[in-house]
Design a protein around this ligand. Sequence first.
Ligand code: AFP
Length: 347
Amino acid sequence: TILDVSNLYKKTCCITHTTTRYLLRMKRLNSQLQEDGAPMELILLLRTILAGCKEISFRVSQGALAGVLGSTLSENVQGETQKKLDVISNQILKDILSESGYVKAISSEEEDDVVPCNPNGNYLVSFDPLDGSSNTDINSLIGTIFSITHAPQWMDSDDPSAFLQPGTQIVAAGYVLYGPSAMLALTTGRGTHLYTLDKTHGGFLLTTPNVKVPVQTAEYSINASNQRHWEAPVQAYINDLLAGTEGPREKDYNMRWVAAMVGDIHRVLSRGGIFMYPYDKRDPSKAGKLRLLYEANPMAFLVEQAGGLANTGTGRIMEVMPTEIHQRVPVLIGSKEEVETCLSYYK
Ligand code: AFP
């Protein structure tokens, strides 16, 4: 078929025109943050983190073309093989935050120790630069997770103890999901909002204000290959879900596992569900797989602000008092009634 180029051109112009009109109506990140009462310095810090995330998003989207896929020869402090993109993403965020002036110190999943920044900075930032990085091998979902707390006045910038605050002290938390579109979930304690990166003008536009996690669900998320290592309450709970309409829950459940917490929690925020990475007996020295500072706390804050619950099985995640920066915790996060039911198995 011979393409009718002039017709195609007219259609493209029409789409561009509609997009421009749509963009003018969309709320920008800044105005939502101002409406939520965020102080100007926090807004500037968030914009700095997001500038780093846009750079990561670009690097991720280049994939094999930029030679950034695959592993390095090193391991991080947790003994996990580092992907090239883990290292690149960590460096991007470390550089941009160190130069910003707003940050006293950072802690990262990919750094052994706290990284000192500006001794006069007012904030501490913790992040997982590229959550789910093994998914880069299969071009699947990955993301950056971050949280921000105030830097105590007494703290030296290389002192890790200032990071040992419970999640209730977090002033802002979020993630950027690098998927078919790049999406930001962000909370400053006044609800959780979802934004989409508009690559035509480079800004995050508010696409779902005040997202609400449905209270009930028929979807769960757990790595079932660990089943033989789970404790009795988790075994019993999952067995009852698997029994479907014939079991005590009297409904059929669906199961999903992205293998990147950022992707699984995005689904929970978008349509509900329960996401679990419980304690298991594989390595009794580890309280769970997921990291409190870099994964569990920021996701707990986002989900709680959207009406969901986040628990370890024995207490609220955000009330756990950290004892070290790379601490791990068991995680049960999601729809309120489903998390409550799951917790009843622990009693
Ligand atoms: P990586 O960032 O090392 O790929 O780990 C991702 C993660 O910490 C979390 O995002 C996933 O929910 C979980 O690990 C997946 O773990 P499994 O290996 O059990 O699938």
